[in-house]
Ligand binder design. Structure first.
Ligand code: IMP
Length: 192
């Protein structure tokens, strides 16, 4: 049996990776199984932060480790919230965070934005797989699917916000879907 540690305690992420990897014969482990590790995510990019997380955990367990980092970059806001996406306006819910972003974007004509996802994998070497979903910031929130900034992000292929897409539609074009495809191709190619 092949074992993979997902360096996250986010149950939603663990569930998604289980759905992807268990049918391929992997046993998916998570941080709940090891002693608490303090991780200082002080990288400047999504890729650096994903690698920082994976390396900190690799020291604690003897199996392939995967960690990811993702977020939303908005051009007119100097790429904010960017690598701080999870911590942006900490303590507030996403209805509020999205409202504040739309207020800050009120007079902006450049509405370009992108979701980025970096997945780091450490076996005997280290690798980062990246996916990017380009889009624009909506004028009003719409949709209830997905999570986080999905209601304010318009996906051009569908001309809908990513919160108006089904999970399958979102995965077919999303940053996480693309990064995951690259990860799975790597695992297959190297027979890991
Ligand atoms: P992470 O757990 O450090 O990768 O945090 C990523 C953060 O970026 C999330 O908490 C969301 O705020 C945002 N984010 C990343 N991917 C998505 C997405 O697909 N939809 C909406 N928000 C996202």
């Amino acid at each position: 049996m092949k074992d993979i540690m997902i360096a996250t305690s986010n149950l939603g992420k663990v569930k998604e990776y289980k759905q992807l990897l268990e049918p391929l014969g992997y046993t998916v482990h998570s941080l709940k199984e090891i002693d608490h590790v303090d991780i200082d995510e002080n990288g400047q990019t999504f890729a650096e932060n994903a690698l920082i997380k994976a390396k900190s955990i690799k020291n604690k367990c003897d199996m392939i480790v995967i960690a990811d980092d993702s977020g939303l970059e908005i051009d007119a806001l100097n790429k904010e919230p960017g690598i701080h996406s999870a911590r942006y306006l900490a303590g507030h819910d996403y209805d509020y965070k999205n409202k504040i972003i739309l207020e800050r974007m009120k007079d902006k004509t450049d509405r370009r934005a992108r979701f980025i996802c970096a997945i780091a994998l450490i076996d005997d070497k280290q690798h980062v797989f990246e996916g990017v979903m380009e889009g624009t910031i909506a004028y009003e929130p719409a949709g209830t699917n997905g999570f986080g900034y999905d209601p304010i992000f318009v996906v051009p292929q569908f001309n809908l916000t990513s919160a108006q897409l089904t999970a399958q539609e979102k995965n077919s074009v999303s940053h996480r879907g693309q990064a995951t495809e690259k990860l799975l191709a790597y695992l297959k190619e190297h027979n890991l």
